[in-house]
Design a protein around this ligand. Structure first.
Ligand SMILES: Cc1cc2nc3c(=O)[nH]c(=O)nc-3n(C[C@H](O)[C@H](O)[C@H](O)COP(=O)(O)OP(=O)(O)OC[C@H]3O[C@@H](n4cnc5c(N)ncnc54)[C@H](O)[C@@H]3O)c2cc1C
Length: 303
């Protein structure tokens, strides 16, 4: 769960969800990354400059943003022929223009955005999880095919290949399924609707911030522990709220994102190395002791 891919160049336009991506092909075309002072910076991070791989570029941008205390950097394509740029990137041109950015004359504000989770529910070649007959297909699954990093544009493997495998397997094994019909109805006696939605929406924002600030592209033990302590408070508050509330979609989603955040943090803390999409300043190199294997799980605290 610690292997989260960030796309380096999402259009920086706060409030725009999902983020609009500025394709990496634009850097291949010659676009250059610059900080807010207009200076190129990739030479400080990788000899391949703006053509370095996704994870390296995302880390470089993150580092520049932290150095300068800014929320974004720029992608500059203004030195290229305007007509060529419009021809190559018509959608990006239109989208940016709709926000008042003419990419042939203006630099494009960009920031990294969470893009793909390489970890997830462990499945076998049939897409079946460790719970018999429960299949996990798509980005929520961990097939292992991506390892700790992932090449661009290959979601089809999980989405199509595994969907097909899971469907075949399920169809072959459907006969003879015994279904239980004696599951009792959910008992919500003694609960009430949360009196204030803000209790849920504010907590959601806090999880978002905790994950963004402390568990993002570049990690450290200190940041992860700080995140852990803060998430623990939200976890306890949310569990208390859940126990006395009539379940709602929003409340269940909040519990789920807290659980996901917890798993990402715990596994990030356990991995005492940098590998693939997990980078920590405390252990900046891959461990040779146990390649690909996380350290033994430590005893979780209260979470
Ligand atoms: C901005 C962006 C751009 C990307 N570009 C590319 C790309 O160019 N190439 C590439 O290969 N990959 C790309 N990816 C990754 C790729 O889009 C995802 O990996 C892929 O869509 C995952 O498919 P999925 O079916 O697992 O999940 P999703 O596509 O997220 O589908 C999950 C579905 O479940 C629904 N759902 C969620 N909760 C519930 C619920 N409780 N009940 C019922 N339905 C529910 C959602 O509404 C959604 O329709 C991109 C990702 C992002 C974020």
């Amino acid at each position: 769960m610690e292997f989260i891919q960030f796309h380096p160049t999402a259009l920086y336009h706060p409030g725009d969800r999902p983020s609009f991506l500025i394709t990496e092909a634009m850097r291949g075309y010659g676009a250059v990354l610059r900080n807010l002072d207009g200076e190129e910076f990739m030479h400080k991070y990788d000899p391949r400059l703006s053509l370095a791989p996704r994870d390296i570029v995302a880390r470089a941008i993150d580092s520049e943003m932290k150095l300068h205390g800014t929320d974004h950097v720029f992608l500059d394509v203004t030195h290229k022929d305007p007509e060529e740029t419009k021809k190559h990137f018509p959608n990006i041109y239109d989208k940016c223009l709709s926000l008042g950015i003419d990419i042939t004359t203006d630099m494009i504000p960009v920031a990294p955005a969470a893009h793909y989770l390489c970890g997830g529910i462990a499945v076998d070649l049939n897409g079946e999880s460790s719970i018999r007959r429960l299949y996990a297909v798509g980005e929520c699954s961990r097939t292992g095919l991506h390892g700790g990093n992932r090449l661009a544009s290959n979601s089809l493997i999980e989405a199509v290949v595994y969907a097909d495998a899971a469907e075949r397997h399920a169809a072959e094994h459907i006969s003879g399924y015994d279904f239980r019909s004696d599951v009792p109805e959910w008992n919500d006696a003694g609960t009430s609707h949360p009196e204030e939605m803000v209790l849920i929406t504010q907590s959601e924002k806090e999880v978002n911030q905790i994950m963004g600030y402390y568990v993002g592209i570049v990690r450290s033990d200190l940041r992860l522990k700080r995140a852990w302590n803060r998430l623990d408070i939200l976890y306890q508050e949310t569990e208390n709220l859940f126990r006395r509330s009539t379940p709602s979609r929003q409340l269940c989603e909040l519990r789920n994102i807290i659980n996901i955040g917890y798993l990402v943090m715990r596994q990030a803390l356990e991995r005492k190395e940098s590998r693939g999409l997990h980078y920590t300043v405390d252990y900046p190199h891959p461990s040779t002791a146990n390649p690909g294997t996380p350290a033994e799980p430590g005893a979780p605290t209260t979470l």
